[in-house]
Design a protein around this ligand. Structure first.
Ligand SMILES: *[C@@H]1O[C@H](CO)[C@@H](O)[C@H](O)[C@H]1NC(C)=O
Ligand SMILES: *[C@@H]1O[C@H](CO)[C@@H](O)[C@H](O)[C@H]1NC(C)=O
Length: 587
């Protein structure tokens, strides 16, 4: 892995021992004091020379201050990775290509983008490692326009609050942490939006604090706020984000002080008192198992293992529990550390990301934690055995639920489950069984049908499937389930599948859905959840724009419409459950 602190120590030249940072600083000081005056002078001179050389390189050739992972694709879609720092001569064609791409933009927003490469250079510190050059296709341009529309509404009526209520021109506060800003920062960065980045960062710097005397949900705050801060920290290398992330994580840690080590679901960030949710003695299984990427990453960047130890203990505890062919009930008790027996088994709400993080933790740790891979493989077997069924009459494959301790099958699938094809494809890409790809393709098709069969071209929150042949329709939607919250899961899967197959059909599907959002959820001051996807004349706007629309839905759309398969390199990043990329351990 990259040792980010390394960059800040100018005296590390004489030492090559890779020691822990704290110890290194101390012993460096001691050694420094023991040096003679002459030795000190030599070191100072050398350091100054190194500094001057770096300064020369930076000013002489601005591009060489960054390691660009911008990749140009040739006709075969083959990638050419350019590491500018290694060979500055490689820059020229690549750089020209970026400029060229930007010049062909027609939209007014494009004018802003023309000099994005250089603007980012000025905007961000020279430590920036990754850069994004703004939209390169007309579809990306359209998504960027959508993002700006959403951002403008948020800025005007909800700035600093969690969510925009675009119809009533007001806001919603769930945790009171400016969720939309923190969740959007890395999307803004990836889109290359300079002004938005600067105002968002400024808000985080001056106004984001965690002395908030109210209960927050450990999982939600971890994936949205901790994940968001860490991700933008990695992109920008700006310490302000790391400081905030560390403060937040320290306040969340008391959640883990339960009898079993399974965390309580809720905590007051001010009093630091943790407890089970008000409506239940139990935590949700997916919640306690979807915090590991973020806490582990914080341990990586701070060098303090306490965060990783707390969350990895949870993973190991859950690993030891008895499961139904790898499948887990959706509730777990923080005191006993046991599943609530007879609770539902689902790849939807409260179950979903348990399976996602088994794979992604294995990837994050450079494929070193094998018990996670084993649990993942067992779970996919369990899904195929118990949950995957086909509809009548057209044989669409879907993933249903098990109730009452596994006795009853319910032919129901949450839209949330549509993350699964993407995760399966990610596994296959990393050497897991090829047959998972078939499952991924079939599920993706079914998820697409949940959109395509609605006149709005938007999927409902929940779909039921016909397995008995009682009607001529494969799927149906209850009116209570007909809402669409601007969720990202299917777009996320389309992106992964497009990344790994290059099949442009997935881009076209995404485009039709994007048009559905444009036609039926776009309002004067942003985008809104709707209550009914079943009628184009009566969508019943719900007056809510969730932060994940900006963090995830628009980010994945933007990535999906890129023709650059390495815009976000999945060999280097693992993406958390809220679409925040975190680096993979280099082992
Ligand atoms: C949305 O509007 C576009 C442009 O008017 C149109 O081409 C598309 O068919 C519409 N999609 C839906 C689902 O209504
Ligand atoms: C692309 O995906 C679509 C939808 O799954 C499929 O019908 C088509 O055969 C695929 N094309 C290729 C070239 O694999």
């Amino acid at each position: 892995m990259v040792d980010y602190y390394h960059d800040h120590v100018s005296l590390d030249v004489p030492l090559s021992e890779p020691l822990l940072q704290k110890r290194k600083t101390k012993s460096l000081k001691r050694q420094w004091n023991q040096l003679s005056k002459c030795q000190k002078t030599v070191i100072c001179t050398l350091s100054a020379m190194v500094f001057l050389i770096i300064l020369y390189i930076v000013t002489y050739e601005p591009e060489s201050a960054v390691i660009s992972i911008h990749v140009s694709s040739n006709e075969n879609g083959k990638d050419i990775l350019k590491n500018i720092r290694n060979d500055p001569r490689d820059v020229e064609p690549n750089f020209n290509e970026i400029v060229h791409e930007n010049q062909v933009l027609e939209e007014p927003a494009g004018a802003d983008m023309d000099n994005e490469v250089n603007k980012n250079q000025v905007l961000l510190s020279p430590k920036v490692e990754l850069k994004f050059t703004g939209p390169a296709t007309t579809r990306q341009q359209a998504v960027l326009k959508a993002f700006r529309h959403a951002w403008r509404g948020y800025k005007k009526f909800a700035w600093g609050h969690d969510h925009l209520k675009p119809i009533t021109e007001s806001y919603n506060d769930w945790f009171g942490l400016g969720l939309t800003i923190v969740d959007s920062l890395d999307t803004i960065f990836i889109m290359g939006l300079k002004e938005e980045y600067s105002e968002a960062k400024d808000w985080v710097d001056k106004h984001l604090h965690f002395e908030v005397n109210r209960d927050v949900n450990l999982f939600e705050v971890t994936i949205r706020v901790l994940g968001g801060l860490l991700s933008i920290y990695h992109f920008s290398k700006d310490d302000i984000f790391l400081e905030k992330a560390t403060d937040l994580a320290d306040r969340l840690l008391p959640c883990f002080e339960s009898e079993s080590g399974i965390p309580f679901s809720d905590i007051n960030l001010f009093t630091r008192k943790a407890h089970a949710p008000k409506w239940s003695p139990d935590s949700s299984t997916s919640e306690v198992t979807t915090i590991q990427l973020e806490f582990r990453d914080l341990s990586r960047v701070t060098g303090d293992t306490k965060y990783e130890l707390a969350v990895e203990k949870v993973s190991r505890l859950v690993h030891k529990l008895e499961k139904k062919d790898g499948l887990v009930p959706i509730f777990i008790n923080a005191n006993t550390g046991q599943f609530r027996s007879y609770s539902t088994i689902t790849l939807g709400a409260r179950g979903d990301s348990y399976y996602e993080y088994l794979l992604k933790q294995w990837l994050q740790t450079g494929k070193t934690l094998n018990y996670l891979k084993e649990d993942y493989l067992a779970a996919i077997e369990g899904i195929e055995k118990h949950l995957a069924k086909r509809t009548v009459p057209n044989g669409f494959l879907f993933v249903g639920e098990l109730l009452n301790g596994g006795k009853d099958f319910k032919p129901k699938m949450d839209h949330l489950t549509c993350y699964l094809p993407g995760t399966l494809a990610l596994g296959v890409q990393n050497g897991l069984p090829k047959k998972h790809m078939k499952l991924a393709e079939e599920l993706l098709t079914t998820c697409y049908q949940t959109y395509a069969q609605q006149p709005t071209f938007l999927a409902p929150e929940i779909t039921y499937f016909n397995i008995q042949g009682e009607s001529s329709n494969d799927m149906f939607v209850k009116s209570n389930d007909a809402h669409n919250l601007l969720r990202p899961e299917f777009i996320e899967s389309l992106w992964y599948m497009y990344q790994f197959t290059g099949n442009a059909t997935y881009q076209d599907w995404g485009w039709r859905i994007f048009q559905g959002f444009e036609n039926y959820t776009k309002v004067t001051n942003g985008y809104t959840s709707i209550g009914n996807v079943k009628s184009v004349n009566n969508v019943r706007p719900k007056d809510m724009m969730e932060s994940f629309f900006l963090s995830e839905t628009l980010k994945y759309l933007y990535l999906l419409f890129s023709d650059n398969p390495k815009l976000l390199d999945l060999e280097k990043y693992v993406i958390n459950s809220e679409a925040h990329p975190l680096p993979i351990d280099m082992v």
